[in-house]
Design a protein. Structure first.
Length: 577
């Protein structure tokens, strides 16, 4: 039950009735009219801008028109307790207590669908995220984007859209050659006791490669490791297989599972790059030309070579982009264009790419290519996951490890756990840097948002245990005629905002709104719980050790929303803490 959508429909019905009676002029459409959450300083439940939207066509001031509309609203709804008009013409509506009883009845009886936007047209999304080079374990830089992509998928799925989660495996190019050589030298180190050439900066130094090498040796006794050239293709396949196995383990420890893994090498072998180049040539989007030296390059050392270029500037990019290197091999961008053509051919309504902060500059060129391929500006949506700063004892924190020069996902989860990693990584908008404070994450206080939300659910569960029930039980209560005070209604108003939170998170692809909302709801609940220390009427369990139906329903409504939200975030809700 979305009371804002419901009341917006009610307002539009009133307007149509007034218009039919000749008492009001309406514009061609009513899309600009909203029903929103009023600012907290007003003692109201819903605020609408209807008077301001209609003032021009009716040639009346918003304040005068609001007075006229207020009278019509009062007549049409017996559950309205009070209406106030706020400059420059907002109409603020406050409901009677009976309204909230009806609201509670609806959301308890429709717990599984509460929050879902049933009016919205359902779409088919492909979300590509993580897509780290298959050369080693995932690190903290990948972690935030991985969680962002996964929770965007969860929000869309909750709202009944179709979603596929995909990982693009960059298993083609020089980095893979260097990675395979690194594994080869680790194998030689194990078998022949040869020192690893650590002075070679092109190689991957991480000790995790020793495990890769040992696994390959153990599973491939017939391979002769005397010559790299003779086994390079086979060894590349085995090395990538080991890397992907580790990456999938890292993702699984975060609670993430992709539907598809798409190989760049396979796209190249299937000549999908050549096919997309032909497609772009037919549209006259490519040409042979030269690229001037980038600003960061020494212009005296830069050699201009004729290359195959994509007309990225036709779509607002600052320069055209190379599709082919001087040696005739394809650039990474060319393979990526082919991959996006592959995505488009699978007929999704929207493609979502989650990119790391270091790839923000890549957005314009790939968006340009998708626009050229699809003749659409809106089909590709790119979200940037900004950097994460780890803090401990109020200073930057670096863990000691033997995996290379970065902190891995495995390191982080061992330190704080999956739940804390997911919740805190999602606790701020993805487009701003995040401070991950280890001290706050392990603290059992309001400063730890995960603990505070989980503890509110555990407190509710403890009340239900007291009456030999659990939170999964259906409440067999027929009477919804309770006298809730402003203390309870404040929480019910926050619960009524849940569909709006889901809607905004889904439409704007901003899942950080969910943990923020859950923390606000938990804060209201804990404040209410503490009222019981001074006021016996606010206690959930009476002196006679019983709990009334109204309190059970009230708690059940809160717990349902907490559980829905935490499920979307991918975090547990323990019943005991």
């Amino acid at each position: 039950m979305n009371i804002f959508d419901q009341y917006l429909d009610n307002i539009k019905k009133i307007l149509l009735d007034l218009s039919k009676n000749g008492n009001l002029l309406l514009p061609d459409n009513l899309d600009g009219i909203t029903a929103e959450i009023p600012p907290s300083k007003f003692d109201s439940d819903i605020s609408t801008n209807v008077a301001m939207v209609l003032s021009k066509v009716n040639k009346k001031s918003p304040m005068d028109l609001a007075t006229k509309l207020t009278e019509a609203i009062k007549k049409s709804d017996e559950l309205v307790e009070d209406i106030s008009i706020i400059k420059p013409g907002f109409i603020n509506i406050k409901f009677k207590g009976n309204f909230w009883n009806k609201f509670l009845e609806d959301i308890i009886q429709n717990a599984k669908t509460f929050g879902i936007n049933s009016k919205e047209k359902k779409k088919n999304y492909l979300i590509e995220f993580v897509s780290a080079n298959p050369t080693g374990p995932l690190h903290v830089g990948h972690c935030r984007g991985a969680i962002l992509g996964d929770v965007i998928a969860n929000v869309l799925l909750f709202n009944k859209h179709k979603v596929k989660k995909e990982y693009y495996v960059n298993d083609y190019g020089n980095q893979i050659i260097n990675f395979t050589k690194s594994v080869y030298f680790r194998i030689r180190e194990i078998i022949f006791n040869e020192p690893f050439p650590s002075d070679n900066e092109e190689l991957y130094p991480g000790d995790y490669l020793i495990n890769f090498a040992q696994n390959i040796i153990n599973s491939n006794e017939k391979i002769d490791f005397n010559s790299f050239e003779n086994i390079s293709e086979k060894l590349t396949s085995l090395s990538i297989e080991e890397a992907l196995k580790l990456i999938k383990e890292n993702l699984n420890s975060l609670g993430i599972k992709h539907d598809n893994f798409v190989s760049e090498k396979k796209l190249v072998k299937n000549q999908e790059v050549e096919k997309v180049i032909d497609f772009l040539q037919k549209g006259k989007f490519v040409y042979k030309g030269k690229i001037k030296a980038p600003a960061i390059e020494d212009k005296n050392k830069w050699i201009e070579r004729e290359q195959l270029l994509f007309k990225s500037t036709d779509f607002g990019d600052d320069k055209d982009r190379a599709l082919q290197k001087s040696d005739g091999s394809w650039t990474y961008f060319a393979s990526d264009v082919a991959y996006h053509k592959n995505k488009l051919d699978r007929k999704f309504d929207h493609l979502i790419n989650i990119l790391g902060a270091d790839h923000a500059g890549y957005i314009k060129r790939i968006s340009s290519s998708v626009e050229a391929l699809s003749n659409s500006k809106d089909i590709l949506i790119c979200k940037v996951s900004q950097l994460v700063k780890l803090i401990k004892d109020k200073k930057p924190f670096k863990m000691s490890k033997r995996k290379g020069d970065y902190i891995t996902v495995d390191d982080l989860i061992k330190e704080v756990g999956k739940d804390a990693t997911r919740f805190i990584m999602l606790n701020r908008s993805s487009d701003v840097e995040l401070d991950f404070d280890f001290d706050n994450v392990i603290e059992k206080s309001k400063d730890n948002p995960l603990y505070y939300v989980q503890y509110s659910y555990a407190r509710i569960a403890s009340v239900f245990r007291h009456v030999n029930m659990d939170l999964k039980s259906d409440l067999k209560i027929k009477r919804y005629e309770f006298q809730y005070t402003n203390d309870e209604i404040k929480i019910l108003k926050k619960i009524s905002e849940w569909p709006k939170c889901i809607d905004s998170s889904s439409k704007k692809l901003e899942p950080h709104r969910i943990p923020t909302y859950l923390y606000e709801l938990a804060s209201l609940f804990h404040s209410y719980w503490n009222l019981g220390k001074e006021n016996p009427e606010k206690r959930f369990i009476n002196n006679d050790k019983k709990i009334t139906d109204d309190k059970l329903i009230f708690l059940k409504a809160i717990s349902n929303v907490l559980k829905s939200g935490m499920d979307i975030v991918g975090v547990s809700v323990p019943e005991k803490m």
